[in-house]
Design a binder for this molecule. Structure first.
Ligand code: AMP
Ligand code: MG
Length: 477
């Protein structure tokens, strides 16, 4: 049962406009995330009601709205963006008193659609739906997706595609860009109201700090660093880290031309509109810092800039800590420290120079035993280099207060067997576009337990097919 509990809606005019979703023709519920509906205490909502809600039927008395924000896109400030195809349709409180914003994506135009049609296509909806589920199961902070519909509505992109809507959920969809729109217009009242809203609802501990805005920046830097370190560990590349796609809660937000590394190439770019590689895998930590600087500029209208500097500097410190922890866990060395970074970079060089598959390598490194370490050599082309690295690595791994079996458990819980590789998503999409949703369901289920290999899903764990390296992801979604 819905338990409507508005928070964002109380911010009032200036922050959003009320809108009405535009339904799709002949909608069809193609997936419902049952574990998530249970988590949100919404498992008693029947499928037919979910279908109607996704297609625009109001949830109780809540008035749907689209919020205004701005953002830096590829480094350039765009004064007004906003929810161009997303509509907040409910704020629901679960039995743990957690309020969830429920947002439709693809439900038609809003005052912020600019030149867009307000629609999402089945291809991009499936990618976001599966990936938010995959990320959550990997333990990576993310927005979630409750359900997805497709329809007979045709949507024009490079080709004519199927119109689709997903219903996504997060404690908040507030982005850095929400701060930027008010800061750029010098709307100090709104900026201050927004900052206080975020503090009161999501970071209440900041109210006790000597400078609450500096404390807020520090908390956001911390959560962002945590998220990016996880991305780097698992080989996730967001593809469009514009400041309007950066969540104030440090959630992975707005899945577009994202990807997971197949071969390890730190310069890999998933978004084909990103000619400079601004959002390449290796650049993500630094770009997150750049976006935090944009947030700090906004907050500097509420407090002295020098009061914010420490919090801003903390981002690099936090990121390094989380990254070292993450990579240490990947290596099964829990007291991994700065002095071990040479060992790590030597391995990364070996993996890069031999085009080694990121996921398969790490998962299999987790499985080596003291008696059988040679098995890992089959996963690289430069065996001799890896062999001499392994000698050093195994000495270091045994030099810790954790026995081999326990460090293996840490590794198996850090190095997944399954990530949402591009070709796996694409296979599900192609079949769904032909009206067959069986693989979507099967892949969704396999992604629920990414750290375990199941006999039923063996076809998902192998190397990507040759065609996967030619796939072309753009922002068009
Ligand atoms: P994105 O690149 O997805 O982060 O989107 C950037 C901005 O464009 C956001 O304000 C979106 O709401 C808006 N937008 C993207 N696609 C569409 C669309 N098909 N219709 C309307 N607005 C869109
Ligand atoms: Mg976006």
């Amino acid at each position: 049962m819905f338990n409507i509990s508005p928070q964002f809606a109380f911010l009032g005019p200036g922050f959003y406009q009320l809108v009405t979703p535009t339904p799709l023709l002949n909608p069809h519920l193609i997936h419902l995330n049952k574990p998530l509906t249970k988590q949100l205490n919404l498992d008693d909502v029947p499928d037919t009601r979910w279908l109607n809600i996704l297609n625009g039927t109001p949830v109780e008395t809540y008035k749907p709205l689209a919020s205004i924000y701005a953002g830096h896109q590829f480094g350039t400030f765009v004064p007004q963006l906003g929810d161009g195809r997303a509509i907040l349709i409910a704020e629901h409180k679960d039995t743990n008193n957690q309020v969830w914003e429920l947002q439709l994506k693809g439900s038609g135009q809003t005052p912020y659609s600019r030149f867009g049609d307000g629609r999402a296509v089945l291809r991009s909806s499936i990618r976001e739906y599966l990936c938010s589920h995959a990320m959550a199961a990997l333990g990576i902070p993310t927005t979630l997706a409750i359900a997805m519909i497709d329809s007979d509505t045709k949507v024009a992109r490079e080709e004519i595609e199927t119109g689709s809507i997903i219903l996504r959920a997060a404690p908040s969809f507030i982005r850095f860009g929400h701060f930027e729109v008010f800061a750029s217009r010098n709307q100090i009242n709104e900026l201050s109201k927004l900052a206080n809203f975020v503090i009161d609802h999501y970071y209440p501990e900041c109210n006790n700090a000597p400078n609450k805005f500096s404390a807020l920046l520090d908390r956001v830097a911390d959560n962002t660093a945590k998220m990016i370190a996880k991305w780097q560990g698992v080989g996730f590349c967001h593809g469009v880290m514009n400041s309007d796609n950066m969540s104030i809660l440090g959630l992975t937000l707005d899945y577009g031309p994202f990807g997971f590394l197949d071969n390890y190439n730190p310069r890999h770019i998933f978004n084909h509109s990103d000619h400079e590689g601004r959002y390449s895998y290796a650049n993500q930590p630094q770009i997150a810092g750049w976006n935090l600087e944009r947030l700090a500029e906004c907050l500097s209208l509420l407090t002295k800039p020098e009061e914010l500097q420490n919090s801003l500097n903390n981002y690099a410190k936090y990121f390094n800590q989380y990254y070292i922890q993450e990579m240490g866990n990947k290596l099964g060395i829990i007291n991994f420290g700065l002095e071990d970074l040479d060992l790590l970079s030597e391995l990364l060089n070996i993996l890069a120079s031999s085009n080694t598959d990121w996921t398969i390598f790490w998962h299999n490194l987790s499985k080596i035993t003291r008696g059988n370490r040679a098995s890992i050599l089959d996963y690289v082309s430069n065996r001799d280099e890896l062999k001499s690295w392994l000698d050093k690595y195994l000495i270091r791994r045994t030099e810790q207060d954790l026995d081999f079996a326990k460090s293996k458990t840490v590794m198996l819980n850090t190095n997944p067997a399954l990530v949402l590789r591009g070709h796996l998503a694409q296979n599900s999409i192609s079949r769904a576009q032909a009206g067959d949703y069986a693989d979507l369901e099967r892949l969704f289920n396999a992604l629920s337990t990414p750290f375990e290999m199941h006999d039923a899903y063996l076809d998902y764990y192998g190397y990507p097919p040759e065609w996967a390296s030619h796939s072309n992801l753009s922002c068009s979604s």
